[in-house]
Design a protein around this ligand. Structure first.
Ligand SMILES: Nc1nc2c(ncn2[C@@H]2O[C@H](COP(=O)(O)OP(=O)(O)OP(=O)(O)O)[C@@H](O)[C@H]2O)c(=O)[nH]1
Ligand SMILES: [Mg+2]
Length: 459
């Protein structure tokens, strides 16, 4: 059990319909008694769990701070498994702050980031993968990302991981038995059986690992950078894809100075679309910094849309940019085709593949369908495997799965080399420990703290 009673403003700062101050811990109801005066003459101790009560938040002199609704959720049937009290007031910065101050004055400590969820984990209500899913739900940028996070929150990923862990444990039990009864026959059977079980556990882990590429895109969107030299129509293309005038477009080269980022959905694929500053040698300091950001955006991107001016020959700047994106997945858009075709299109077909070169006129909305089709085609070979239940979306989970797989492969190799079975158990135990770090069974306090430090306050 965690100690102390914590409080936080659980809603985002700003003006809104309601704001919520949340209190969790032993003293929650005691503190509520001090800061809440119900309209009806009822004892706060008698308020049933999860019933909404109307009244006023008050300070120590009985002065009204705001008109509020209050809910008590008694442990263990609450988010943290502790007694929780929530005060719902008007959603302005001042009312929420006033009530929070009064709650702190009456003995609550300010909650750290994610401390409510951390308590839910430490008190055993959810495991670590589920706790991590909470932050993924809150920060989800796409519908698919939210669905994957909700699935993980339900415990589906944990169930699968725990299934593999149980298999590993039963292997360890087999090995124990073979050590206790070391007759030759027992050993033979155990080794064969062990080998099969290890391969099946390895396959299950590989399946999960394979889902990561997809899972990451679902969660973060396919990171797509629109790049090119100034004035070729990058921002115009962003606006066309978004169907709104998000970015400033002018005929002056060097219009976009900073990264512009928006989420959109292309044929079911979540995309994080990034418009960048046109790349060229420049003496302007602001423009030069913009170009630096463009270069980092290229490095971080999953896909690059290179925009070129179809009505002119490739310039030195174009060729420099082509050099920059050699190792990337690229779609080349030959824009301004309404002004004619003078660019070396054959050379570009050879360079990027004919399928990846698309002639467009953003001005006349020509070629958009083809571009969208191509984006779809490049991702998961055009078909999304959304039916799959468990997607691995977190890099922490991916690394641990890789580690577990490595240990299992080590064990299989040891069997092949006829290494004594009790030594093989070391690898199996390691695999079990790596998987356990996903669910939180085998994870240290420092890692737990690091995970929750990324949460927002009040969750
Ligand atoms: N004729 C023609 N003009 C276009 C087309 N697409 C964009 N333009 C024009 O090209 C100019 C530059 O467009 P932007 O979208 O601002 O170009 P950009 O690549 O973002 O430029 P920077 O931000 O300076 O790097 C504007 O005047 C657009 O109207 C097109 O398909 N045909
Ligand atoms: Mg621009």
């Amino acid at each position: 059990m965690s100690d102390g009673t914590i409080a936080a403003i659980a809603t985002a700062p700003g003006e809104a319909g309601i704001g919520i101050v949340r209190i969790s811990g032993e003293k929650s109801i005691q503190i509520l008694k001090k800061v809440f005066k119900p309209k009806k003459n009822i004892d706060i101790e008698d308020i049933p769990s999860r019933k909404v009560i109307y009244g006023h938040a008050i300070d120590r002199n009985g002065e009204v701070l705001d008109e509020v609704l209050v809910i008590i959720m008694r442990g263990p049937y609450s988010y943290t498994t502790e007694d929780i009290a929530e005060i719902h007031c008007h959603g302005g910065i001042v009312p929420v702050r006033r009530i929070m101050e009064e709650v702190l004055r009456n003995g609550a400590d300010i909650a750290g980031p994610g401390e409510f969820t951390k308590r839910a984990f430490l008190n055993g209500r959810i495991d670590l993968a589920q706790a991590e899913a909470v932050i993924d739900v809150i920060t989800s940028k796409t519908d698919m990302g939210l669905d994957a996070a909700l699935n993980q929150l339900k415990g589906e990923l944990s169930k699968e991981i725990k299934g593999i862990m149980d298999k590993l444990l039963s292997m360890l039990a087999h090995i124990e038995a073979s050590i206790d009864f070391p007759e030759h026959d027992v050993e033979e059977i155990t080794v064969n059986r062990l080998n099969d079980m290890l391969i099946s556990a390895g396959d299950a882990i590989e399946d999960l690992l394979e889902s990561f590429e997809e899972g990451k895109i679902m969660k973060d969107g396919l990171s797509t950078a629109i790049i090119g030299r100034p004035n070729v129509g990058k921002s115009s293309l962003l606006n066309l894809l978004l169907k709104e005038n998000r970015a400033i477009v002018t005929e002056i080269p060097g219009t976009t100075r900073d990264i512009i980022e928006e989420y959109l959905n292309v044929g079911g694929i979540p995309i994080r679309l990034i418009d960048t500053a046109g790349i060229r040698e420049s003496v302007d300091i602001v423009e030069r910094l913009g170009v630096e950001r463009t270069k980092s955006a290229i490095i971080d991107s999953d896909l690059v849309i290179l925009v070129l001016d179809a009505s002119n020959k490739l310039s030195g700047d174009d060729n420099d940019i082509i050099d920059l994106i050699k190792s990337k997945k690229v779609i080349a858009v030959l824009n301004k085709i309404d002004l004619g075709l003078d660019i070396e299109d054959q050379y570009l077909y050879d360079l990027f593949g004919a399928d990846n070169v698309i002639k467009m006129s953003v001005k006349n909305r020509m070629g958009l369908d083809k571009l969208e089709e191509r984006i779809k085609g490049l991702v998961f070979h055009g078909k999304l495997n959304v039916s799959k239940n468990n997607l691995v979306t977190g890099i922490r989970h991916k690394r641990l799965l890789e580690k577990a797989l490595e240990s299992i492969k080590g064990a299989v190799l040891s069997i092949e080399n006829q290494i004594p079975v009790d030594l093989i158990s070391v690898d199996i135990k390691e695999a079990w420990t790596s998987l356990g770090a996903i669910t939180g069974d085998t994870v240290g306090e420092d890692i737990v703290n690091e995970i929750f430090s990324k949460f927002c306050i009040g969750k």
